[in-house]
Design a protein around this ligand. Structure first.
Ligand code: FAD
Ligand code: NAP
Length: 510
């Protein structure tokens, strides 16, 4: 049978290929399409149901069809999701390529392999948050008997250099890991140019074309700008902050979500004068009770908030490192305008998916035109069956590193390891690293009430005082826990006071 298959395969031409392959599959138990063995009846039927077969057959008639493919899988984007998928796919002896390219920020900041989390996200953010916590610990330490000199100063350049050195070692580690796993890595920008084909352009403008049986888009997001005079010229984003070569000084943070509040928190924690400009509410989408407690705590620790205002103009008063900037802002409730002077303006007003300049129109992958996000099936498949997508670019999914990693790994296991396990995007825990850290999982109180009705929701809550904070006598009754329960479920909790009862929740002892 194999001999017959080989002879028939040798006869195939582009014109008669389809007919012969049809005849071949009728006469043999194997299906050969585009010189590739699809398998016997079962896998062929599955490929047909998933539209893979039709697509491959259609491709077979196209003039520019690359045969055979250069790679089993090409991944566009070497961040949390892309690298996880690449390493996992390589475990199944697949030929895998990763294209990763960082387009510099408007101010020219760029970085190495590993994506947002490693270079300009979780890692530097957590390390700088730690720098701020250490400042607090230094102050606390006096109460624990340490004789700390009165003049304790923070050195921004030293912290940034140490953080960037650590990131450099992680970038290197990723390159080594890819090499060890025989994943081809190219520091090039990927853009689809036709079915199963991608153009890779390096930073010198040199172009190469590669083909693959499957593609995975994991291009992540980049910070959004306000679109007002002076924003790209004079403001920075989180992409610039973590490697800023000078201390930002008096800083205005625009935005009120994760990135904004976390950055405002650690900048204030290392002793800077920080103001947050809030368009509407803090931490949209999170439990607002918790969000407001975080805001109150930040305010008590010296961070200023300007609420219901948005910047309309940023002007340079004086160049320098840092220079001086004038910000004009307008009320969201009326015509009132205000002005303020800052050394640095950090924009943290959200992030846009990197999907509009990667040639998706050339292969027919649909995006949500408004948000740029890619809708996918439960198996992370786009509307083009051989193209998958994971991570921050997905429509309606959480933008978190562990989520991107899990989705990437599970996808590779399904594609190549025979697994059927899908990524579960529900009830993912998350932490906001504001000075008062906030961890959450599941529904906010508002969402629970919306879903189950107020009469069916019981909220157990309590203030508490971490033991470590008792000796320095700080922030008593600021830490707060709540468990939001559906009364119809069985409740398992050590908290005993319900919010409905109005009972006392201040902690008086253990
Ligand atoms: P990314 O990690 O962004 O990787 C995408 C990669 O693709 C990038 O390297 C990009 O340069 C590259 N690329 C884009 N287009 C192309 C192209 N055409 N060709 C080649 N390469 C391309 N998450 C957490 O879980 N915990 C945290 O504490 C946390 N903190 C964060 C703090 C900040 C300041 C920010 C901004 C984000 C934070 N996140 C955090 C979110 C987390 O970083 C992202 O969810 C995660 O990085 C998404 O992974 P990804 O693979 O989708 O994309
Ligand atoms: P985001 O969640 O989209 O929030 C954007 C913020 O900017 C909101 O407060 C929004 O206000 C405000 N804003 C938007 N447009 C504005 C404008 N024109 N003028 C003034 N304010 C404006 O964005 P993000 O904070 O950049 O976070 C992006 C994603 O990264 C998050 O979804 C998160 O998953 C991930 N992340 C995770 C962590 C973590 O796990 N700890 C940390 C950082 C980031 P409104 O509420 O009024 O819209």
């Amino acid at each position: 049978m194999q001999g017959e298959g080989r002879r028939l395969k040798a006869c195939l031409s582009k014109e008669d290929g389809l007919g012969l392959e049809g005849a071949l599959s009728e006469r043999t138990s194997k299906t050969l399409v585009k010189r590739r063995k699809i398998g016997h009846h079962g896998p062929t039927l599955k490929a047909s149901q998933e539209s893979r077969l039709q697509n491959t057959v259609k491709m077979n008639g196209s003039k520019d069809l690359p045969e055979p493919y250069d790679y089993d899988l090409i991944i566009i984007g070497g961040g949390s999701g892309g690298l996880a998928a690449a390493k996992e796919a390589a475990k199944y002896d697949k030929k895998v390529m990763v294209l990763d390219f960082v387009t510099p920020t408007p101010l020219g900041t760029r970085w190495g392999l590993g994506g947002t989390c490693v270079n300009v996200g979780c890692i530097p953010k957590k390390l700088m948050h730690q720098a701020a916590l250490l400042g607090q610990a230094l102050r606390d330490s006096r109460n624990y008997g340490w004789n700390v000199e009165e003049t304790v100063k923070h050195d921004w350049e030293r912290m940034t250099e140490a953080v960037q050195n650590h990131i450099g070692s992680l970038n290197w580690g990723y390159r080594v890991a890819l090499r060890e796993k025989r994943v081809t890595y190219e520091n090039s920008y990927g853009e689809f140019v036709g079915p199963h084909r991608i153009k890779a352009t390096n930073n010198k403008g040199k172009e190469k074309i590669y083909s693959a049986e499957r593609f995975l888009i994991a291009t992540g997001e980049r910070p959004r700008y306000l679109g007002i005079p002076g924003d790209k010229e004079y403001c920075i984003s989180s992409d610039d902050l973590f490697s800023l070569p000078y201390c930002p000084g008096k800083t205005l943070v625009v935005g009120a979500s994760y990135v904004a509040l976390e950055c405002a928190g650690f900048l204030a924690g290392i002793g800077l004068d920080v103001t947050v400009m809030v368009r509407s509410i803090l931490l949209r989408g999170f439990d607002q009770d918790m969000a407001n407690k975080i805001g109150e705590h930040m305010q008590e620790h010296g961070i200023k908030f300007i609420r219901q205002f948005v910047p309309i103009k940023v002007e340079q008063i004086e160049a320098g490192t840092p220079g001086r900037l004038r910000v004009v802002a307008k009320s969201t409730n009326g015509d009132q305008t205000i002005e303020g002077e800052y050394n640095t303006v950090l924009l943290a007003i959200g992030r846009d998916a990197c999907t509009r300049k990667i040639g998706l129109e050339n292969v027919g992958v649909k995006i949500n035109e408004k948000t740029g996000k890619i809708p996918v099936t439960e198996e992370e498949q786009t509307n083009v069956p051989y193209i998958y997508a994971i991570g921050d670019i997905l429509e309606g999914k959480l933008e978190l590193t562990p989520v991107a990693i899990q989705a990437g790994r599970l996808l590779a296991q399904r594609l190549y390891g025979g697994s059927t396990v899908k990524c579960d995007y529900e009830n993912v825990p998350t932490t906001v690293f504001t000075p008062l850290e906030y961890g959450s999982c599941g529904l906010s109180e508002e969402k629970a009430v919306e879903k189950f009705g107020e009469e069916n929701v019981e909220v157990y809550h309590s203030y508490f005082w971490p033991l470590e904070w008792t000796i320095p006598s700080r922030d008593n009754n600021k830490c707060y826990a709540k468990v939001v329960c559906n009364i119809k479920d069985n409740v398992f909790t050590t908290l005993s006071v319900t919010k409905r009862s109005g009972g006392n929740i201040l902690q008086t002892g253990c």
